[in-house]
Design a protein around this ligand. Structure first.
Ligand code: NAD
Ligand code: 2ZO
Length: 506
């Protein structure tokens, strides 16, 4: 039987229940691989944000926080593990929904659901470990004082996320926020909210206390902006474009509200002429730019090739690119689905035409695959004859498009790699390990891959420098994003302090 091609009809998830948006509006959900409308999502607005923030505040302080924010980490870990178990149970259904919603290959969506469950489990372990880390003593230089540290949840957090890995990017925030004892309002992207609403359904099923987790879907300016400027939201964690990140930071600054920003990228991949296995390097290059149709913040979209191997490498890259199965993302073996929306499709095509008009060569791809008449599909695209002033070299495309430049010396490769306003990721492929270490130090980015591109582990920190943002997600750093540190210092001497002259007792 063919899988269903519609998405569940949901309301906003607020206070543990489904609620119709105050203004009663909804947004269509379009399957980008077929261009068919397959359902709709609520279009939340400031009125709904108000209700969701109040629900989250109430959940944070209900019964003095005994049931959530001040409960033991072990108690919260039980809920996180229950969420992970439900994600595993519903893995194939959730993966299908994400594929229908975003156009990504079903195999990729399935792998993402594994990562989602693993992330909830990981932060369940960290929540549990938090109990043993409370009251950790601080060594002081004076014996008559004792000091210790309490790690406390920051409060109500607003989580604003993008469409490229809809549930995974939300989970990178939701799991540590809940582990820390925060309560949260999630605003997923209007282009792919379906799986995040299902996370609401899962939280309801497992009996998460009402208001601990809330989902407001809707447009950025209508639902995201009131969340980021809300006076009762204690922190905003944002993943998305650098332009929106700037707006969020500006609005949060008015209340000196902390923000963490995971923004865009234009990451380099440097390949040296000392490699023994060209095909192995070519496959990582492909994975670095064609996975998820290049709609990856850390996509290694600028390829730097040593001039001695450039010709041979590009011949193999084209051969491998020709071999990619570009198809309906539900087809078995699909490795390149559609991009997420018509808007994104047009934007990518414009990047390609501008590159051509600026004098670059479209070595391979650059157009709709001929066998796909509908849907927002693009061939894997390889662009050469680049100069560093070209738009394609400087700006994030967020599509299956790689631009290639040659270099002669290691120092030149580093200079070209760092020639960007972004600083999220960088990769080097070389059989010389010392060279790899040198390059790792020289690249100005938060993530470095050696002899690979894109593998990501929940234990390791994730985030960027420069205009790719600041703050780190994942690992222990991800948990720290949602905690404040409180020092408690006690005077424990029987002697008076003795700074002032005591008044006469008479
Ligand atoms: N660094 C990372 O880890 C990472 C991960 C994934 C995506 N990204 C970046 O995200 C971008 C693509 O995602 P996108 O197109 O969804 O980004 P976007 O900035 O358009 O939207 C991101 C989110 O912000 C919301 N938003 C938009 N305007 C807003 C406003 N004025 N106030 C508050 N919220 C608002 C959107 O509705 C969406 O939920 C790319 O630049 C990509 O590099 C970064
Ligand atoms: C490492 N992943 C899974 C590709 C996620 C990257 C997040 C940014 O787009």
């Amino acid at each position: 039987m063919a899988p269903p091609q519609t998405v569940p009809r949901r309301g906003l998830f607020i206070g543990g229940a489904w609620r119709e948006p105050c203004l009663g509006r909804r947004l269509p959900v379009v399957n980008p691989a077929t261009e068919a409308t397959i359902g709709d999502i609520p279009a939340g607005t400031a009125e709904d944000v108000e209700i969701a923030v109040a629900a989250a505040r109430d959940a944070f302080s209900r019964d003095g926080g005994r049931h959530w924010s001040r409960a033991s980490g072990a108690m919260r870990a039980n809920f996180l593990r229950a969420i992970a178990a439900k994600i595993k149970d519903r893995k194939s259904e959730l993966a299908l929904l994400e594929t229908l919603d975003s156009g990504k290959p079903l195999d990729e969506a399935s792998a993402d659901m594994d990562d989602v469950a693993a992330c909830f489990e990981y932060y369940a372990d960290l929540a549990e470990a938090l109990d043993g880390k409370q009251r950790s003593p601080i060594s002081l230089p004076m014996e008559n004082f004792k000091s210790y540290v309490l790690k406390e949840p920051i409060g109500v957090v607003g989580l604003i996320t993008p469409w490229n890995y809809p549930l995974l990017m939300a989970t990178w925030k939701v799991a540590p926020a809940l582990a820390a004892g925060c309560t949260a309002v999630l605003k997923p992207s209007e282009l792919a909210s379906v799986s995040c609403l299902e996370l609401g359904a899962i939280c309801m099923e497992i009996g998460l206390p009402p208001g601990v987790f809330n989902v407001i879907t809707g447009l950025g300016p209508e639902a995201g902006a009131p969340l980021s400027s809300h006076p009762h939201v204690d922190k905003i964690a944002f993943t998305g474009s650098t332009e929106t990140g700037k707006r969020i930071m500006t609005s949060a600054a008015q209340m000196v509200k902390p923000v963490s920003l995971e923004l865009g990228g234009k990451s380099p991949l440097i390949v040296f002429d000392d490699i023994r296995d060209i095909d192995k390097a070519v496959e990582w290059t492909m994975f670095g730019i064609f996975a998820n149709a290049g709609q990856v913040c850390s996509a290694t979209s600028r390829l730097l090739l040593h001039e001695k191997i450039a010709k041979k490498f590009l011949d193999r890259l084209v051969a491998w690119a020709k071999n990619i199965k570009v198809s309906d993302p539900l087809e078995e073996g699909c490795r390149l689905g559609s991009v997420v929306s018509e808007g994104q499709y047009e934007k990518i095509k414009k990047f390609i035409s501008t590159a051509r008009s600026e004098g670059a060569t479209i070595l391979y791809g650059g157009a709709r695959p001929q066998h796909l008449k509908r849907g927002f599909f693009l061939e894997p695209t390889i662009i050469t004859d680049i100069s560093t002033s070209m738009q394609i070299w400087r700006e994030e495309v967020f599509g299956p498009v790689i631009c290639v430049k040659e270099f002669r010396r290691e120092s030149e490769a580093v200079e070209l790699a760092n020639d960007t306003q972004y600083g999220l990721a960088g990769a080097v492929i070389s059989d010389d390990q010392e060279r790899c270490e040198r390059i790792s130090k020289a690249l100005q980015s938060g993530i470095i891959w050696i002899n690979c591109s894109q593998p990501c582990f929940v234990q390791a920190p994730w985030g960027g420098n420069k205009r790719s943002g600041f703050g780190r997600e994942l690992g222990e750093w991800g948990l720290d994003n949602y905690m404040t540190v409180k020092q408690v210092t006690k005077y424990c001497s029987d002697e008076p302090w003795g700074w002032y002259q005591p008044p006469s007792k008479l």
